[in-house]
Write a protein that binds this ligand. Sequence first.
Ligand code: GDP
Ligand code: IMO
Ligand code: MG
Length: 427
Amino acid sequence: MAAVILVGAQWGDEGKGKVTDYLAEKADVVIRYQGGSNAGHTVMVGQEEFKLHLVPSGILYPGKLCIIGNGVVVDPSILVKELDNLTSRGVDISGLRISNRAQLILPYHKSLDAAEEEHRGEAQIGTTKRGIGPAYVDKTARTGIRVSDLLDWDEFKKKLTQNVANTNERLTKLYGQQGCDLDAILTEYEGYAERLKPFVADTVRLVNKYIKDGKKILFEGAQGTLLDLDQGTYPFVTSSYPTAGGACIGTGVGPTKIDKVIGVAKAYTTRVGAGPFPTEVLDDVGDTLRQQGMEFGTTTGRPRRCGWFDTVIMRHAAEVNGLTGIALTKLDVLTGIDTLSICTAYRYKGEIINDFPADLKIFKECEPVYEEVPGWKEDISNAKSFEDLPENCRNYVKRLEELVGVPAQIIAVGPRRDQTIVVEKPF
Ligand code: GDP
Ligand code: IMO
Ligand code: MG
């Protein structure tokens, strides 16, 4: 038995798609457990780039069982487009399964997401406007519509009629927006039901059977620890649980079945959307990271905010996820920078803080305490082992490991599959 959770350790976009794809070769099942099409996971196969939003990043191996778990909020309009795109590029999607317990995103969730953001004014979260927050609100309010409802048209109609009436009231009266057209949604979703029906399954039974049979399961997190509803920079977070515990909830697999938790982290830090980011660098170095790292959002195209590696948030990620290893990505992006800064702690009102504070008012005022280390100039994008890396680069990685307290077991030195150093195999 081997069940490995891959979780974003920072604010998302750490390279989870690349690492998932790399490990998927050896896995029997790849399963997404939360989030929705707010995710944008990039996988490079040779020179070909795939951007996945809902389909697990194991799909590029023919016939691999790829599950969209019960914790995901599924936008069928995006899923169908994604499947069409994959099929047109010759990708075999026969291994896809969608949990019948997963929640559906409906057009009114996207309208509400946009309207609520506008209403927040200065306090905008900078959401992806994919309807994620409102869909999870419906789920917890117990008014959500699930994938299984798509297979029971009378039930779907009944729930949708009720929800459209309620939501239109809010959209029109509270936000002064246009309401949604019930009949148009019914027609649109009837098509999706037909299209997606063959993929719908009781994935809780399915994944647990695979575990019982001793198969290898890879859980693919979306977003990241600092975007977690409870453990992140609330309220500047997403509406799901990207942390490791979310993998159990979002798939129906018990915690006793999990063997390892790997935190995917960039060798620096990025963030899209609003909210405090202590190690953000606004000068030339920030621009260098953005240009060299091509830091523009996969889902929204927004430029990502860039900054130095922050070991305070990483220690938090190590703790709340129970990390057994780190997959350190984009190390190549740091090549050529003379001096690298590593945030070791924060200074708050003159005091040193070593732990990530819960109070956002405090976090906002935290200043990073930096340790400076020398960079390297050698091209590392073809390195095949840790020993291939230049000394300063090895020392940088070792220092991060020491400060976070977790070993770097995978190191990525480029976006392609062959640009991956494996120090310790998770499977
Ligand atoms: P995810 O959301 O965590 O899957 O990450 P994204 O796909 O949104 O963003 C990561 C970006 O970095 C993608 O464009 C990847 O192709 C790219 N990438 C991943 N690992 C590396 C790496 O080690 N080096 C470089 N240069 N790019 C990488
Ligand atoms: P992947 O899986 C980076 C951010 C948004 C915003 C906040 C809330 O590719 O790492 P939401 O639409 O979820 O309500 O937005 O979360 N966000 C992400 N940032 N990577 C992601 O996904 C993200 N998904 C959401 O920018 O700040
Ligand atoms: Mg992404």
